[in-house]
Design a protein around this ligand. Structure first.
Ligand code: AMX
Length: 441
């Protein structure tokens, strides 16, 4: 732990000094213009956030500290005999900005094991909810119950110097990442497996242990969890879960409060809930068409019907991407390797053939290609995890890696309270008539 923290401190101090220089020389350089449409349409294309951990290119997809997903699969450490990257390695890369060694990753795995104790009151808080509650509701309640453990909030209350904020934010972030698999597995076993809980295995890696606590011992499921936890971790800073965590953290809310807020955003159907919506949509299609393996023609007709009912086709489209999401491709490769004959997985691939031409024919849709959520559920179903309402919790456990690494950077760089200017349509109308100014101070 000491080593990781020291290395982070060293990197952050160098970056903070660099940024100071950049702002001194270029602080007044313009990075773009904002149109009225952008203000009304979700701020698309407005550059307004710094997030060091990853960068999204609309054509290429995500790069984590410069590395694409195939590069991560090649370069990040793996378990002995495994072929998928260990998410601990990605976390190191996002936090430190360098590829980790096997030893760095082993250190993080054992640090997370040491910090993984979840106090009983967290389980009691989850138990206070009806078992019918959505798993994301239970997950957020679990995270909020863990907040009693925050070092940052205790130290802040006792009076902490600004220069020390990053350190307890860092400690909280590590504790939280260590504890999330236990909380997630508890919710899964509580809701779907008669509350028959499984003790953690102290010898396993972070994602392998999650698979174990969920009740899936198949080595290829553990590999899937390593891949899943790696590819869902981060998608630059503007997506709802990352931006929310960053925004709430800018008020010096501790990592528990900040992550819980981000997870509430992830729980929305246009964001992380889309993975459950995809499987639900496919199951409904199979039921309506009375076949396990709909043809491409049948899928095309079903897509048209979905659109004609005024619904979105889940798993397709993206606010930034304009090509097939490389996270989709990575999962497709996993499917080809581990389950090429699975009918549901094949249906996902047939949907990939059928949907883009239909969406391309609708001029308003900017991206007809699949995103990460179009594929993930089918792989989970293959191993027997059919309880699709749980999928977003898995997404959330992974997303914590990226947004908490980012939060550590936010505090280490002393990024201030986020507070953009808003306007009213009344003011916009005055501005259009040259009767008022739209920009504020
Ligand atoms: N099916 C039907 N309509 C779609 C669509 C889809 N898959 N994708 C976009 N559209 C529609 C939008 O709803 C919008 O319609 P409107 O003008 O009538 O409101 C229009 O096309 C323009 O949208 P856009 O500029 O192409 O996309 P966006 O940035 O507004 O939204 C997203 C992006 C992801 C919300 C949208 O593509 C969508 O709803 N997709 C389905 C849900 C989904 O898969 N979400 C997961 C995204 C990845 C993630 O965060 N996990």
């Amino acid at each position: 732990m000491g080593v990781l923290k020291d290395r982070f401190k060293e990197k952050a101090e160098i970056s903070a000094a660099e940024i100071k220089h950049i702002l001194k020389d270029h602080g007044n350089d313009k990075v773009g213009e904002v149109t009225l449409s952008q203000i009304y349409q979700g701020m698309r294309g407005i550059t307004g956030i710094v997030s060091e951990t990853s960068l999204l290119d609309s054509q290429e997809g995500i790069r984590f500290r410069g590395y694409s997903i195939p590069e991560l699969q090649e370069k990040l450490p793996k378990v002995d005999g495994g072929s998928e990257p260990l998410p601990e390695g990605l976390f190191f890369l996002m936090l430190i900005g360098e590829l980790p060694t096997d030893e760095d990753v082993a250190d993080i795995s054992s640090m997370l094991q040491r910090r993984s104790h979840v106090p009983n009151h967290v389980f009691a808080a989850i138990e206070a909810l009806p078992v019918t509650s959505h798993p994301m509701t239970q997950f957020v309640v679990g995270i909020m119950a863990l907040q009693t453990e925050s070092n940052f909030s205790k130290k802040y209350a006792a009076g902490m110097a600004k220069k020390d904020y990053w350190e307890s934010m860092f400690d909280d972030s590590m504790d939280l990442i260590a504890r999330l698999p236990r909380v997630a597995a508890y919710i899964y076993r509580r809701k779907y497996k008669n509350a028959e809980h499984i003790h953690p295995n102290g010898l396993l890696d972070w994602a392998g242990n999650l698979a174990h606590m969920l009740g899936y011992e198949d080595e290829s499921f553990k590999e899937l969890m390593r891949l899943y936890m790696t590819i869902h971790a981060d998608h630059e800073g503007g997506n709802v879960s990352a931006h929310t965590t960053h925004l709430v953290g800018s008020a010096l809310s501790d990592p528990y409060l900040s992550l819980a807020a981000g997870m509430n955003g992830l729980a929305g159907p246009l964001h992380g809930l889309a993975n459950q919506e995809v499987i639900k949509w496919i199951f409904e299609m199979r039921e309506e068409l009375k076949t396990e393996s709909p043809t491409q023609e049948q899928i095309t007709e079903y897509v048209k019907k979905t659109l004609s009912e005024g619904k979105v086709v889940p798993g397709y489209g993206h606010a930034v991407l304009r090509k097939t999401d490389p996270r989709f491709t990575a999962q497709m490769e996993f499917g080809k390797k581990h389950m090429p004959d699975d009918p549901l997985v094949q249906t996902v691939w047939n949907i990939y053939e059928a949907v883009p031409p239909v969406l391309q024919s609708m001029a308003k849709i900017k991206n007809p290609w699949p995103n990460v959520d179009a594929h993930s559920g089918a792989l989970l179903v293959h191993y027997g995890m059919v309880e699709y309402e749980f999928y977003t919790v898995l997404f959330g456990v992974s997303r914590a890696l990226g947004v908490l690494a980012s939060l550590c950077w936010d505090r280490a760089l002393s990024l201030p309270l986020e507070r953009p200017k808003s306007v009213t349509t009344e003011l916009v109308k005055k501005w259009i008539n040259n009767e008022g100014e739209i920009w504020g101070d």
